[in-house]
Design a protein around this ligand. Sequence first.
Ligand code: UDP
Ligand code: MG
Length: 196
Amino acid sequence: MKIKHSLVVPCYNEEGNVEKFLVETQKAMSSYTDDYEIIFVNDGSSDKTPSVLRKLFNERKDVNIKVINFSRNFGKEAAMYAGFTQAVGEYVTVIDADLQQDPVYAVQMARLLDENPDCDMVAAYQRERKEGKAVSKLKRVFYKFIDRFSDADFISDASDFRTMRQSVVKTIIALPEYHRFSKGIFSWVGYNTMTI
Ligand code: UDP
Ligand code: MG
């Protein structure tokens, strides 16, 4: 079944956030389309995330939810990958469960793809992060360093938060990488990317 938009949501110990995330996402998406799915990937949480997700899956018939449960914690990269393999949307967004990334921007990204047929991917850059100056500086140095030595382009404030056409997702899941570094892969696969 083809649908308009899939949201892939990696979840590790997000028992206090997933329901709020669902409410905010429904609110944001209602201005755009009903034709969407939310794929929660429970990455081996040790809190009540799995039972909260099961409850939402069983009770919320007004929204199309998929839940993937990992047998242990494999990390966000694995969670994103699993979500991509199940996402059937024409557009696919990766977004965190903790609402540090506002679902309103997922709609903005989708609209940009609607309006720009030549654009394949819309990525969000964070202007400011709630973290210490030393951490920010360290990250900037890290990305500058790998940017110099790698084929892919890296920009230090890039995040995983982005919306892609299904063709990009197909390319990403076709890569045989085992230990994934998505920020690199998103850039390495090419395609026309816009940023917000
Ligand atoms: N996450 C995950 N597996 C992990 C760690 C994190 O699926 O092992 C999820 C987490 O639930 C969240 C997203 O990945 O939805 C980003 O994680 P976090 O908020 O800890 O990272 P940060 O805000 O520092 O980027
Ligand atoms: Mg976070």
